[in-house]
Design a protein around this ligand. Sequence first.
Ligand SMILES: [Zn+2]
Length: 376
Amino acid sequence: MNPISALFPENYEASRARFRSNLAHIQERWPDAQLSQHALPGDEDLTIDWIQSPATQRNEKVFILTTGEHGIEGYVGSAMQQRFIEHYLPRLDPATTGLLFVHAINPWGMKYHRRVNVNNVDLNRNFVWGTQGFSTAINPEYDQVNSFLNPTEKIGNLKIGNLKFYAGLLVLLAKMNISGFRHATLLGQYRYPQGLYYGGSDYQEETRTLIDLYRGAMEQYEQILHLDMHTGYGPRYQMSLVNSVHEKGSSAQFVERFNYPLVVAANPNEFYAIQGDMVDYLYDLWQREFSEKRLYSTTFEFGTLGDSIFGIVHSPRAMILENQLCWHKAESDSLRSQVVHEFEELFNPAADDWHAKAVADADQAFDGILEAEGYL
Ligand SMILES: [Zn+2]
């Protein structure tokens, strides 16, 4: 295996073991660095792991890198985190810079190659500001797409299934137009616990754990830089930096500032609106309680199927089938493996050339952001 592809872990346990083994290396320059875990309930050994350290002299700024909020996306996230620890950490200044690396926000999803957690909650719809954000009245338009997104029969013939999918999509597009359809689908919903983009009825344990970590960092440092790793959205061979809807600068300004070619804002024009987004939560927390400090938080979105019409249509198809498989099973093992394989390619592509370009893009973004934010 080539050295770049070797960054991408085989399974959750191997990824976590590698993450934990970084501690000794980090302690060479951050002697107070510590490894901590939050164990999820149940018999399984599933933990949210983090390595954290204060600066050695003055806590001026903190660098935060998080992965695996959408479990299956944690494989690419883990690769990027390891890349950062090996190539960029040696260039940060321990005297003034503290650290927080989080491995697998959603360890259950990472282990079982699902996006959601064990309660079928999309954690990136669970970071709502205030519990009224869990209201079942949010996104009433989801009712119109529910039966399309969440079929209730066993998976049978995929060719017939595809025809039904395209027919259903055309009907919905005629009724709602493309932006209405995307909004209803992607915003998040709080009514259908087995449905796609379900945001939960309360804060999930994973969410609470992360909120505590973010709050602690904002209390201790004057400047916060946070990078969160995701996959699945955007062009296949160009990672997108997705800024929060709360970030005031324009995407064009960030392209220049970071010397990075593709920056989009998470608003309906450039990306899509999201309820309960984790990065939005950081901005909310900052604006309400820590606005005298400096915050920049963003998402790396590594595209996989691409933004051609094939990719745009095939991504929801793969997600619908995987969720249907989870609840209603498939008529044969070969159908099952096909669905699992397509879902894996949507969030954790196997190709060496994809791995190489993804790491090169991450390098370019790390360089540009660290430089612009004064970390190098
Ligand atoms: Zn994601």
